[in-house]
Design a protein around this ligand. Structure first.
Ligand code: SAM
Length: 308
């Protein structure tokens, strides 16, 4: 896979401005006062690559994302500890941005902890509407609660539940039009953080993961009012990405279709099936991010199928 070798460039420090608490302009001014030089909006990925010293940019793809040189550490920064900024890789900002739920709508975040994408969804929803967030892991859910409170997220219901056991026909979810599905994966895109054996998962592990991913994607698409779903992983393996999307689309016949996600994004899905280029990929070498995969699915003929 491209971008996973030792020659891969270092990924910048990405900072998502939490617009539930502050504004991009105010955060830019804050960092200027801390001695950082603001270079304006990046014109290309190359601009991000050449960042060094105490300089920063506004990202070229995501409007609320600031970019600092690799390894800039903000964990003790006042804006981070107060939830005004979220330290989130650029690729991990794509799912909520591309799901783009309308303000006031009902959304499911199926595998939500520790909640970076949930807080991003809440910011897009301007804390209006409702996010039903699920996860199975108690410890990660505790972290998530702290994190969402700090970020000022109020519009969510958090449940410790296996999403596969959530009943799509429960009236509670009858207005859910948007689902974000970011299930457990091999994590093979997060090369810097993983021991080698996890960066290169065995065939058995990949098969187990992809089986789970197919089941959970298929389950998510059974929610009767869902119009748009974003499926994402931080894996570089086709078995967990294009192959999962392809298998589930085939299983569902013509009920859902792939949307051409972010057409100007430079790195596309592997040609595993006709239309796979509608999906997008991210990698240290191509997009200066962690390795990532995103697919956007929409219900076919949704106007007729979904009551408004
Ligand atoms: N979306 C999260 C974020 O942006 O912060 C990261 C999610 S992480 C990739 C996958 C999560 O899925 C883990 O927290 C894991 O505990 C959870 N998970 C695994 N199986 C699940 C299931 N059957 N139902 C709900 N959550 C599950």
């Amino acid at each position: 896979e491209s971008g996973t070798g030792p020659e891969a460039p270092q990924v910048p420090r990405y900072v998502r401005v939490n617009v539930l608490k502050t504004r991009v302009d105010d955060v830019v001014e804050f960092f200027k006062r801390q001695g950082f030089a603001f270079l304006g909006t990046a014109g290309s990925v190359e601009d991000l690559k050449s960042l060094s010293g105490k300089k920063f940019l506004l990202d070229l793809h995501l409007p609320e994302l600031l970019v600092f040189p690799p390894q800039t550490d903000f964990h003790d920064n006042r804006l981070y500890t107060s939830g005004h900024i979220i330290l989130q890789d650029k690729a991990s900002c794509l799912p909520a941005f591309l799901l783009s739920p309308s303000a006031g709508s009902h959304v499911i975040d199926a595998c939500a902890a520790p909640g970076n994408k949930t807080s991003h969804l809440a910011a897009i929803l301007q804390n209006k509407g409702c996010i039903f967030a699920f996860d199975v892991d108690t410890k990660r859910l505790a972290t998530m609660n702290t994190m969402l409170t700090r970020a000022g997220v109020t519009s969510f219901k958090l449940a410790q539940q296996d999403f596969l056991t959530v009943d799509p026909h429960d009236p509670k979810y009858s207005k859910v039009k948007y689902i974000l599905l970011d299930p457990s994966c091999s994590g093979s895109g997060m090369v810097a953080r993983l021991p080698l054996e996890e960066a290169a998962p065995s065939a058995e592990r990949l098969q187990a993961l992809s089986g789970f991913q197919r089941r959970i994607l298929s389950h998510a698409l059974r929610f009767p009012a869902v119009q748009r779903l974003v499926y994402s992983t931080c894996s570089v393996h086709r078995e967990e990405n294009e192959d999962v999307v392809h298998a589930v689309l085939q299983e569902l016949g013509s009920a859902f279709r792939l949307v051409n996600a972010f057409p100007s994004w430079p790195c596309r899905g592997l040609a595993a099936f006709p239309g796979a280029e509608c999906c997008l990929r991210a990698s240290p070498a191509d997009t200066l991010t962690q390795g990532f995969f995103v697919a956007v699915l929409e219900r076919c003929g949704e106007e007729a199928a979904v009551p408004s």
